[in-house]
Design a protein around this ligand. Structure first.
Ligand code: IVH
Length: 667
């Protein structure tokens, strides 16, 4: 390929990939498979490595993050970023409408109603269709330049299409879907790390990460709601949103134009209920006068626009007393303070405890034992304390000093610089940490030893026989029978469960071992890349970071783990005991499905989706994410997406059940 061709190919790939990103993340209508996408992306990445001088800042490769930065520059906003006046009742909304009608002399005002997403505000500057700068709100007059991080958002176009103004600003909200939040927290739980408080906190924390590669891994989303441009292109606010959508930007699909107060009220009533079905948190509705010229006429107060207002949904909060604070010690030694509450009923359940997350959170709330507090259920399952009722604070109250020693083993706690969480460093001797590691090891996603639950793990640790997972394999029947309330049958059950776990594949063993940052996916990647624990144990930093998705932080943790002679010996013990210390061979088993493209939808009874995918691939079939003319079969499980079905029918694609797929392979 000559230089000119290379440059042209890079531009072409950039365009094609941008378009696929848009179809996937904005329209939710992918037209190629993930694998095909990855191939194109890899081609572009390879060219960019050869010709770094031609890497565009808008390149889709930047969505995986670029260079880490030192700090964020503070930049003044071209136009101030204001907040909104709040209303809490329909009467207040009616008063707002009345004020507008009076000021303008118009009887029926047209409004644009939009959901108010609970995230953080962002101002984007585009020039000639390219994203130039992204600023946080900051204090409203100046914000932080977080452009590098914002570029990684998959649903944000950094290169626009269509008839956009050569220069404009657009504002919106960056947020995280509850699913993504839960997944993130689940990963953290697997890695034994403290959990995040709520999606909003993670979203704002993510944007302030110094390493955009880390940001790229966070499932952040964006919705844009305010176009600011100098040419007065738009008569109506709703037109500007529609135009922005046509430039490839993601605007709120739930927004509606409402004619007069009655329609606004209907919108509020609808979303007050329907919001619970949304995949993300909204705390209200923003009601905006739709006409741009009326907006101008109405103007601003010192702090807020007169032409818009926020209506806050009622949140159900309970009022109760904080009886005490207890502290939990996790598998990695992370300490989590827990509020012990006077039991109170909240949305149908009795709430007795709430997480306080860490020392900073206690300080931020300035919550003290004996205080009356407000408890809410947010997007999370664990209720949270949202505030303190200072009017009822006992006169002689004082802040509670945070504990300095581990509540379980009395070891002095440590807190690494810049970290919110306190840790008990006594990993080897602190009973709940040991029990936590055993519990993790026997867990469903690790070695899946169902005959050992949390209580049994704890009891085994208490006997002193089990200090680490590998010790389980040395347990003998006579020992178990010495334990309290142990019957012969349970003892045999436990032993046979332990024995059976020896055939679990290496990735589960590795995951179960509980090396910091080595969650399920990382364990899989490492297993695939190194093939055996022996090889993994001698891997170098370079070899580790060469593996897809393994960064320095993970590599460092793995290196540290295997630097300890004790852990190296454990690898040998695992091998001697007959555990799977080698990766299973997932070689191509047949070519039976070669040349066929499959789309998988819904859930299945015998296999997981992942298993179905690898089954098809191991027989030479291809997997695509969306139904197209190239699809040979649509493998249909329960709850399949109706749009996929419709498309398949239209294109005459053959439907397969799980059983039919299996017999196709067996044939
Ligand atoms: S309009 C001058 N529209 O709410 C116009 N704001 O309390 C001001 N927000 O800082 C903003 N969804 O972070 C607007 N559809 C929406 C919004 C929205 C969420 C946030 C935004 C703003 C805050 C104001």
């Amino acid at each position: 390929m000559n230089l000119f061709d290379a440059q042209q190919r890079m531009q072409e790939l950039s365009q094609v990939l941008t378009d696929h990103n848009y179809r996937y993340y904005v329209l939710d209508e992918p037209s190629i498979s993930d694998r095909e996408f990855d191939q194109l992306l890899a081609e572009l990445q390879a060219l960019e490595r050869l010709y770094p001088q031609w890497v565009s800042p808008d390149s889709p490769t930047q969505k995986v993050g670029g260079q880490a930065i030192e700090g964020f520059q503070t930049v003044p906003h071209k136009r101030r970023m204001l907040s909104l006046g709040n209303t809490y009742t329909l009467e207040e909304v009616a008063e707002f409408d009345q004020r507008i009608r009076k000021a303008t002399g118009i009887e029926h005002i047209e409004y644009s109603c939009e959901l108010k997403i609970d995230g953080l505000a962002i101002a984007l500057h585009y020039q000639n269709g390219h994203l130039k700068q992204a600023l946080t709100r900051g204090d409203g007059t100046q914000g932080d330049d977080v452009t590098a991080n914002v570029r990684t958002l998959k649903s944000l176009a950094t290169q626009l299409k269509g008839d956009f103004p050569s220069e404009f600003e657009i504002r919106g909200e960056i947020f995280m879907h509850r699913k993504g939040f839960e997944r993130l927290n689940q990963q953290r739980a697997e890695q034994g790390e403290a959990l995040y408080a709520n999606p909003r906190n993670v979203a704002s924390g993510s944007l302030k990460l110094k390493d955009s590669q880390e940001v790229a891994k966070r499932p952040l989303d964006i919705v844009l709601y305010h176009v600011l441009e100098d040419q007065n292109r738009f008569e109506k606010h709703s037109d500007s949103l529609q135009a922005a959508a046509s430039w490839g930007l993601k605007t709120a699909s739930e927004s509606r134009v409402c004619h007069g107060l009655k329609e606004v009220e209907a919108y509020l009533a609808h979303w007050d209920k329907a919001r619970k079905q949304l995949g993300y948190d909204t705390d209200g509705v923003v009601i905006k006068v739709n006409s741009k010229s009326l907006q101008e006429e109405l103007g601003y107060t010192a702090k807020v626009p007169r032409w818009a207002i926020a209506y806050k949904f009622e949140t159900e909060a309970a009022h109760t007393q904080l009886l005490g604070i207890t502290y939990q010690v996790g598998r990695t030694g992370a300490i989590t303070p827990v509020a012990e509450l006077q039991p109170v009923s909240l949305l149908g359940t009795t709430v007795k405890r709430a997480s306080l997350h860490n020392a900073n959170e206690i300080e931020r709330l300035d919550v003290r034992i004996g205080d009356w507090v407000y408890v809410e259920k947010g997007g999370e399952i664990i209720p949270k304390i949202v505030g303190v009722d200072l009017a009822l604070r006992p006169v002689h109250s004082s802040p509670n000093p945070y504990i300095t020693r581990c509540p379980e083993c009395q070891t002095p706690l440590i807190r690494a610089e810049g970290e919110a969480q306190h840790y008990c460093p006594n990993a080897k001797g602190c009973p709940p940490q040991i029990a936590g590691r055993i519990e993790h090891f026997v867990g469903r996603k690790a070695m899946d030893i169902q005959s050992i639950g949390a209580e049994m793990a704890e009891a085994l640790v208490q006997t002193g026989w089990v200090k680490e997972p590998v010790d389980l394999y040395d347990l003998r029947f006579e020992q178990l029978m010495q334990m309290d309330r142990m019957g012969e049958k349970s003892a045999r059950n436990i032993l046979s469960g332990i024995e059976a776990s020896k055939s679990q594949p290496m990735e589960r063993l590795l995951f179960g071992w509980g090396i910091r940052y080595v969650g399920e996916t990382v364990a899989k990647k490492l297993t695939q890349a190194f093939g055996s624990l022996e090889r993994l144990m001698d891997a170098t930093m370079d070899e580790l970071t060469a593996v897809d998705e393994i960064g320095e932080r993970i590599a460092e943790a793995v290196l540290q783990h295997f630097q300890q002679e004790h852990n190296r010996q454990t690898v040998r013990r695992f091998a001697e005991l007959g555990l799977q210390v080698f990766a299973q061979q997932t070689e191509q088993t047949s070519e039976r499905l070669s040349g066929k493209t499959f789309v998988i939808s819904g859930v299945f009874s015998r296999y997981s989706r992942e298993e179905i995918k690898s089954l098809i691939e191991s027989h030479g079939g291809k997997i695509a994410s969306g139904v197209s003319a190239k699809t040979t079969y649509l493998v249909a499980g329960d709850g399949m997406g109706p749009s996929k079905l419709e498309k398949a029918e239209k294109l005459g694609v053959t439907l397969l059940s799980e059983e039919e797929l299996l017999s196709l392979i067996d044939a």
